[in-house]
Write a protein that binds this ligand. Structure first.
Ligand code: NAP
Ligand code: 8YV
Length: 326
């Protein structure tokens, strides 16, 4: 397809989207919008014209079926648990995501969140800012430390590995759980999440969302982590039983938790907000201008490559074999 032909291709962008991605889509394709990704908002014109979607996820089967000419969904993000990929594969729709370009940024955030959680740094900063340092003296010593800890990573993929490399530099022993052992890794592998939680006192979850990880971090896992246990989640909120986590933090089953992701964002359970032993972030793992721009470029590059050469750059495994029709 020539550049002039591409400019007639309708790309649906539901809701607010990344500015850099929107600018590139506007220069390359014909952008159309709806308020949110909802099949009931699809007009006859959109039904007829839309061939691609660029979105933050949230694309269900009904929306795909409302768009009979849809060929590709370019997901802005590496995690694509909110796209019904099984339905996309059945319908022959390509789904792409944004791996690698955010790996180091998210790993940096994970380490920041771990240190904030263990050393209580956000509350120490508040102590300085609200005048407590002058009025009351030094901030109390942190009960917890990274020294002597052993860390388990739930989800030793691209980001898990980048976190592990950083933890090595911190001098901490590392173990992990995946469904499959990663060949050639020097870290202890555990076949079950429970086995991993029993072996470590610090658990970092960077596993994807979806049915296979739903509430995997439950009361049993938290209890296995133990009273000095620290849980950090930079993956997806759906992987945690949040009620069990709040209970474990309140009754001393574990010592502290650092969370960047939640089951029902932006709604954060009151019990986690109120707990004195949580450090909470509003899903900012990849949220720097630098990294979001790289994600935007990869998201749009997938659309450009699909419509100009019939090939996606970073297809998700479930739709790897989907072929372009034209
Ligand atoms: P990845 O390379 O695909 O790694 C995912 C790892 O999880 C794989 O090693 C996989 O190994 C393991 N895994 C998947 N399902 C599992 C299961 N049911 N049980 C045990 N292990 C399982 O993905 P990535 O690039 O590292 O990204 C990981 C996730 O981080 C994303 O899916 C996303 O949800 C999250 N994320 C969050 C942020 C943020 O802002 N907080 C930013 C980026 C990404 P096996 O297949 O062998 O099980
Ligand atoms: C983004 C993410 O916050 O890539 C992911 O899976 O969770 C984050 O990088 C998100 O995708 C942007 O909405």
């Amino acid at each position: 397809m020539t550049e002039a032909e591409q400019q007639t291709v309708a790309i649906l962008v539901p809701g607010q989207f990344n500015d850099h991605a929107v600018g590139r889509i506007d220069r390359t394709f014909s952008r159309v919008g709806i308020e949110r990704p909802d099949a009931s908002l699809v007009t006859d014109e959109l039904r007829r014209s839309v061939r691609g979607i660029a979105a933050f996820g949230g694309i269900n089967a009904a929306l795909m079926d409302a768009l009979p000419n849809l060929e590709i969904i370019a997901n802005f993000g590496v995690g694509y648990d909110s796209v019904d990929v099984r339905h996309a594969a059945q319908r022959g729709i390509m789904v792409t995501n944004t791996p690698d370009v955010l790996t180091e940024e998210v790993a940096d955030t994970a380490l920041g969140l771990l240190i904030n959680t263990v050393r209580d740094l956000p509350r120490a900063e508040t102590w300085l800012r609200d005048g407590s340092w002058k009025r009351k003296g030094n901030y109390p010593l942190s009960r917890l430390t990274l020294r002597g800890r052993s860390v388990g990573i739930f989800g030793m993929g691209r980001i898990g590995l980048a976190i592990a490399r950083r933890l090595e530099a911190f001098g901490l022993p590392i173990a992990y759980h995946n469904r499959r052992q990663v060949e050639g890794l020097p870290y202890d592998y555990h076949q079950t999440l429970k086995g991993l939680a029993e072996a470590v006192d610090t658990l970092i979850s960077v596993a994807p969302g979806g049915a296979s990880t739903e509430k995997a971090v439950n009361a049993e896992i938290l209890s296995a982590l133990g009273a000095d246990g620290v849980f950090v989640n930079i993956g997806r909120g759906s992987t945690v039983d949040e009620a069990a986590l709040a209970a474990a933090l309140a009754d001393g089953t574990i010592a502290a938790a650092g969370l960047d992701v939640f089951a029902d964002e932006p709604n954060v359970p009151q019990a986690l907000l109120a707990a004195p032993n949580t450090s909470l972030l509003p899903h900012v793992g990849s949220a720097s201008e630098h990294t979001r721009r790289a994600m935007a470029d990869l998201c749009v590059d997938n659309l450009v490559s699909w419509f100009s050469r019939g090939k996606a750059l970073t297809p998700v495994p479930e739709t790897e074999k989907v072929k372009a029709q034209s």
